[in-house]
Design a protein around this ligand. Structure first.
Ligand code: EPZ
Length: 417
């Protein structure tokens, strides 16, 4: 069950409705711990990371029930929390349990959330920021121990607009005494979605989407219903697959307003876009134009999570492209596998790739080692001649609810066994 088989060079055609956003759903699910009332989260993607997060909420005593397109979560009483379950350390976003639990549990223990292949993924910004809110955090034998007699709102400057650290601070600040001001906050749409959910629960938050977020702590938080926005990274992945196969697709419920920098690159590559309300229609060009120089940036810049899928598509461009990865230290793991498929990619530095477009990629046996690199291998396989076998579907399933079915619905010959 961990392999995906792709028969490439079939133009994708058709329309698709996108899944909910993984990176919005995960912090929102953590936020349901802030109330003992019931929350209903609609359009929650059925992906591995969400199932894992729900499993952990269940272990904390929450009642979980999937209904139609969403999940119903009924809160739980919090005392001291020990989250020392092995599965906690496997999921990066488990660090959000600190912010979500410290408002009610004066002590939280958490396995240190491990790094992964895309980088060390430290949590120093989270720890420094929470420590300024009257939280004492220590690390012993790979366990984070956070204790507080009551969090106090503070004006906090983030040295880097970390998405997770901004989210952790928001989850803590709604339960802290007084006002918290986050300067240098992340502006990602997923942070905005978390803020909108917290406001639906009764929180007082200003500045969502800007670099300064103000939160009035201490408001009573109640249950809420919320619709998770569409996943902009899944949307971008499928559009790059369309570009790699010379097809044309229509995506419904696309998060148009959050994809400006990505659409700019699609147009630079020769893609033609028609946008109407929440629909985007893409006609791929006969020949893909190269992107002379692209760097990944924090929002609203080009998203790091679409860097690997873009790399795959640029392997087929008519000319030379350059991609610089500025967010994570090691996010070119997919390069050796693309090379095995006939791509010409040179790593000028560990975070600068030079891509010389080739006429054709050829199918091969390849292996995913992380989520977006795995998605990039699917994009490359769809544009390659012959059959590709991709091992490591489990990594792709962390963020794509139905990648094989979605792409089959667009005419691809792809299946998993
Ligand atoms: C979130 O990760 C996303 N994950 C990532 O998506 C996404 O790539 C990333 O934001 C950037 O947009 C979720 O939302 C679950 P960061 P996060 O804190 O919060 C460094 C995917 O494929 N840093 O903004 O971990 C860090 O090492 C995943 O869906 C510190 O140095 O990202 C990285 O280099 C991958 N110290 C950079 O900042 C810290 O305390 C960005 O990290 C925190 C982060």
């Amino acid at each position: 069950m961990d392999k995906i088989y792709v028969h490439g060079r079939i133009p994708l055609r058709g329309q698709l409705t996108l899944q909910g956003s993984k990176n919005a759903a995960l912090p929102i699910l953590a936020a349901t711990l802030l109330t003992e009332e019931t929350c209903v989260i609609h359009n929650c993607p059925k992906i591995v990371d969400v199932h894992q997060m729900l499993h952990l909420l269940g272990r904390l005593g929450c009642e979980i029930r999937w209904e139609n397109d969403g999940v119903r979560i009924t809160g739980r009483t919090c005392e001291g929390e020990s989250m020392l379950y092995p599965e906690v350390g496997q999921m990066r976003c488990s660090i959000l349990f600190l912010g979500a639990l410290l408002g009610s549990s004066k002590r939280v223990e958490l396995p240190y959330p491990g790094g992964c292949v895309i980088g060390k993924r430290p949590v120093d910004i989270h720890i420094d920021a929470l420590s300024k809110m009257n939280v004492d955090i220590s690390c012993k034998d790979d366990t984070l121990i956070a204790q507080t007699k009551g969090m106090i709102g503070e004006r906090i400057f983030l040295p880097f607009p970390s998405v997770g650290a901004t989210e952790n601070l928001m989850l803590a600040a709604v339960k802290a005494l007084g006002k918290t001001q986050i300067e240098g906050a992340a502006r990602e749409p997923e942070v905005v979605a978390l803020g909108q959910f917290l406001k639906a629960m009764g929180a007082r938050i200003r500045g969502l989407g800007s670099s300064t977020i103000e939160i009035e702590g201490g408001m009573p938080l109640h249950g809420a219903e919320f619709v998770v926005p569409a996943d902009r990274i899944v949307a971008g992945t499928y559009m790059l697959a369309c570009m790699s196969t010379g097809g044309n697709i229509l995506l419904n419920e696309a998060p148009i307003e959050d994809m400006g920098s990505f659409f700019h690159v699609i147009r630079e590559m020769g893609g033609s876009l028609q946008i109407e309300q929440q629909q985007v229609y893409l006609q791929a060009p006969k020949e893909i134009s190269p992107v002379l120089y692209l760097k990944t940036e924090v929002h609203p810049g080009f998203p790091t999570d679409l860097q690997s899928p873009l790399l795959s598509t640029l392997c087929l461009a008519k000319g030379e492209s350059c991609i610089q990865e500025n967010i994570f230290e090691q996010r070119f793991h997919v390069v050796p596998w693309l090379t095995q498929m006939g791509a010409k990619i040179e790593l000028l530095t560990p975070n600068l790739a030079r891509v010389i477009g080739v006429e054709m990629l050829k199918g091969a046996q390849v292996k995913a080692s992380e989520l977006r690199g795995g998605a990039a291998l699917v994009v490359a396989a769809l544009g390659a001649k012959g059959e590709t076998v991709i091992e490591g579907k489990k990594f792709i399933d962390r963020g794509y609810a139905n990648i094989c079915k979605d792409l089959r619905d667009l005419g691809a010959r792809i299946y998993s066994v």
